[in-house]
Design a protein around this ligand. Structure first.
Ligand code: PLP
Length: 394
């Protein structure tokens, strides 16, 4: 059976060039970067080289990039360590955090843990397209606000947030601004100097790198402030990653991530145009073939590859499972919350009813997908929708 993979927001495949690098650093070049003999020194060189490559893709300095195990770890690090550190540094007895109501659970769940131990969190609402208002953000600031975290782009509906503006407001107020750029990096241009954000989480498997690998950007300014006043290791141990995240480096995955980063970022705008055209083609074709579908999310400020649609009268989960049986892979809500699409906090936050949320599918396209694949996918989906609607007496 031919496979058509249109669930690239959940994870992506690794092209042969990336797998080759991963094999090289798992197989022959496996030295520990901390070892002082040549095999170790070569690994250290490779690690530093990748750090430089990654830094260039976001206009950062090499020492502002810390390798982690991916998005969840980086988000937990930012949310759990920074408000504590900042409150301590500023001698505050209470700490307030600003976030949005549509963040990924890798941000929301650690925030809930902080609330349990006495932190205050403001969850900003979003408009019907999923956008956070900079005005609301400014209004939410309090005397004890120490940290803000707003995602660059949403994983379910693809809405791109005005993070540059938000980061600017936070900077003026002396607040650390973190962004979860897991869905954005490698798909739209990201420039940390231009945006002025303090911290940013990225995950390799969302841009054709390996799963279980990613990085955190921490601005030099924040890093030196914390280093001079307070220690901030996420994971204490042997002192790797500038002492911030100990543990023998996962060089095979990191090197593979470097290759995937270069391949995704070198022509990010051109690739984005191609992917956007493919997504629009897919939506137009679906609209022609399936009556009563609506797009969720922002029509303009949107990730190129994200198409989230509600199909009237169709239970999205059944459609997703039946499509899978024909080799077409799409998704309902986000990959991490597929168990219960009716309770998607993102779809609720943009005003969808429980029924509409249960009718929502996410199709996510990447630069390797083709028009022929979209044609086949639309054929499969419209056939299934017709069948399901006929059963339901639609
Ligand atoms: N943040 C967002 C926006 C995501 O989409 C995901 C994964 O789906 C994560 C964080 C978690 O990243 P990882 O799978 O690397 O832990």
């Amino acid at each position: 059976m031919k496979e058509i993979y249109l669930d690239n927001a959940a994870t992506t495949f690794m092209p042969p060039e990336v797998i080759d690098i991963m094999e090289r650093y798992s197989g022959t070049d496996y030295g520990n970067p901390s070892a002082l003999y040549e095999k170790g020194r070569n690994s250290r060189k490779a690690l530093d080289h990748v750090r430089g490559i990654i830094a260039d893709t976001v206009n950062a300095r090499e020492d502002e990039i810390i390798f982690t195990s991916g998005g969840t770890e980086s988000d937990n690090w930012a949310v759990k360590c920074i408000p504590y550190l900042e409150a301590l540094r500023k001698g505050m007895s209470s700490a307030h955090i600003i976030t949005s109501s549509i963040e990924h659970h890798a941000v929301l769940n650690p925030l809930r843990q902080l609330e349990d131990i006495g932190y205050n969190v403001t969850y900003l609402p979003v408009d019907r397209y999923g956008r956070v208002s900079p005005k609301d953000f400014g209004k939410a600031l309090r005397h004890d606000t120490v940290f803000a975290t707003i995602m660059t782009a949403n994983n379910e509906i693809g809405t791109v947030e005005p993070v540059n503006e938000l980061a600017g407001i936070a900077k003026k107020a002396g607040i650390v601004f973190h962004t979860d750029a897991v869905q954005a990096y490698g798909h739209i241009p990201v420039d940390v100097k231009e945006s002025g954000i303090g911290m940013m989480s990225v995950s390799a498997h969302k841009f054709h790198g390996p799963r279980g690998c990613g990085f955190m950007y921490i601005s030099k300014e924040l890093k030196s402030m914390w280093e001079s006043e307070i220690e901030l290791p996420l994971i204490a141990g042997g002192g790797q990653e500038y002492g911030l995240r100990s543990g023998t480096e996962n060089l095979a995955s990191i090197a593979a991530m470097g290759k995937a980063a270069v391949m995704s970022c070198r022509e990010v705008e051109k690739d984005g145009d191609y992917v956007r055209t493919l997504r629009e083609y897919c939506y137009d074709k679906l609209k022609k073939n399936i009556p009563e579908i609506t797009m969720n999310g922002d029509p303009v400020n949107r990730l190129p590859g994200n198409l989230n649609i509600s199909i009237k009268g169709i239970e999205a989960r059944s459609l997703m499972l039946l499509a899978g049986e024909q080799g077409l892979y799409i998704s309902t809500a986000s990959a991490c919350s597929q168990k219960d699409t009716h309770s998607s906090h993102v779809l609720k936050a943009i005003g969808l009813s429980s029924a509409q949320a249960g009718e929502a599918i996410r199709i996510s396209v990447c630069r390797y997908n083709t028009r022929e694949e979209i044609d086949d996918a639309v054929k499969i989906l419209s056939g299934l929708v017709n069948k399901l609607r006929s059963y339901g007496g639609y």
